[in-house]
Design a protein around this ligand. Structure first.
Ligand code: NVA
Length: 394
């Protein structure tokens, strides 16, 4: 690969460590939604995952009384890592058997304390879930500016893959959003201190006022707060995505012809949109009945004749131990095409609902990986789905 200025220069075509070539023939990066036919996807890995000590943003996500509030910091047990990898590898195999290309991120050793000029934390988090970190928007893949201190360097797990995508698909662009500082100035430290003692009603009141422990000092968003629907992009304002983050997404993508909409749900822990607001195929939306949209925000769907269905109740009363997410991971599915959906195997009612909606359901055993960062949608990131950028809301 040469360039005009230095015609004799070339980039190394192989990675130094593994000798694996950077260029993969036929590789294609492109995706505009979460339901067109899936051709290539990244599935996370559980290797080396840690429970980091609490940080200002993570405290607000972790349920009150959970040992994960700080006391439990350290490497997850080898047994739980192996079991989670068994689930994730099984999921990858199901996808590969359907001729979907599956890539896995590189493992990162999170054991060392992470220190920047602005903060210090006991360890990184892990290499799950890729959906939080990577935003595929058309032919570009963007690494998101996440708000958990433990996830500040998580993009490192994807650098080699991104490099390979960049060299293999001449139309693909890899990007990094502005890096936040995550210093104490980035958070309402008084909120963080008080959080432990707030009731659910109090946290709900605060959330309805759109007040979170994250301030507007940094540009912050997690890719999992963004739902792509062709020309329209829906972004959840909440703990992990602030208004500065939404302004950044708006300015960046509206200049490319997308329309960006801010959504708010009645949810006392609004973090990641994909167990709340899940488009299933063109014209059909699955919503979480416990987290209604703010007034007026359904109009765009109703005006465009979208059918809105409420998800059935999850099969479980509680999430598995040491899990950051709610039981609503039941509706966090991976759609393979307009007729096929992967659902967690124990979520029988959710599977039945999809069956009635006309989907072929593929059960996937993943519950023992939930604690590592969520459900089937969380555990993946799109590289390529067939289809073009449609206007579903003309
Ligand atoms: N934080 C949300 C979304 C997870 C994908 C939940 O726990 O339901």
């Amino acid at each position: 690969i040469s360039n005009d200025l230095y015609p004799n220069a070339s980039l190394p075509l192989e990675r130094k460590d593994s000798g694996v070539p950077y260029v993969r023939q036929g590789l294609h990066v492109e995706s505009y939604n979460d339901f067109d036919p899936l051709r290539h996807v990244i599935v996370g890995i559980a290797d080396n995952q840690h429970i980091p000590e609490a940080c200002p943003a993570s405290n607000e996500k972790i349920p009150a009384g959970s040992p994960m509030r700080g006391g439990k910091a350290g490497r997850r047990t080898q047994e739980s890592i192996e079991r989670a990898n068994e689930c994730l590898n099984g999921f990858a195999k199901i996808l590969e058997d359907r001729n979907i290309i599956v890539d896995r991120p590189g493992a990162v050793d999170w054991h060392e304390r992470i220190t920047t000029p602005d903060f210090s934390i006991s360890s990184g988090f892990g290499v799950m879930p890729p959906r939080d970190c990577l935003l595929t928007m058309g032919k570009s893949m963007l690494m998101a500016p996440m708000s958990f201190r433990s996830r500040y360097f998580e993009y490192l797990a994807y650098v080699d893959l991104m490099r390979e995508y960049f060299e293999s698909d001449p139309n693909c662009m890899i990007e990094q959003a502005p890096r936040p500082r995550l210093s104490d100035d980035s958070f309402r430290m008084d909120y963080v201190a008080a959080y432990e003692y707030l009731s659910d009603a109090e946290t709900m009141e605060r959330s309805l006022r759109k007040e979170y422990s994250t301030k507007e000092t940094d540009i912050l968003f997690d890719a999992a707060d963004v739902m792509r629907l062709g020309k329209d992009i829906f972004v959840q304002h909440g703990l992990t995505t602030n208004l500065a983050g939404i302004r950044w997404i708006k300015r960046k993508y509206e200049s490319q012809g997308y329309r960006v909409h801010t959504l708010s749900f009645e949810d006392n822990h609004p973090i990641h949109i994909d167990a709340t607001f899940c488009p299933l195929r063109p014209g059909l939306m699955l919503l979480n009945p416990n987290r209604p949209l703010f007034k007026g925000q359904r109009e765009i769907f109703e005006k465009n004749d979208w059918e809105i269905v409420e998800a059935v109740s999850p099969a479980w009363d509680n999430p598995p131990p040491l899990c950051y997410s709610s039981t609503w991971l039941s509706m966090n599915t991976l759609i393979l095409d307009h007729k096929t959906v992967c659902v967690e195997a124990s979520e029988t009612a959710q599977m039945e609902q999809f069956d009635k909606l006309g989907f072929d359901v593929v059960p996937v055993d993943l519950r023992d990986a939930y604690a590592f960062g969520g459900g089937l949608h969380c555990a993946t990131a799109d590289v390529w789905r067939e289809g073009t950028c449609e206007d579903y809301f003309p």
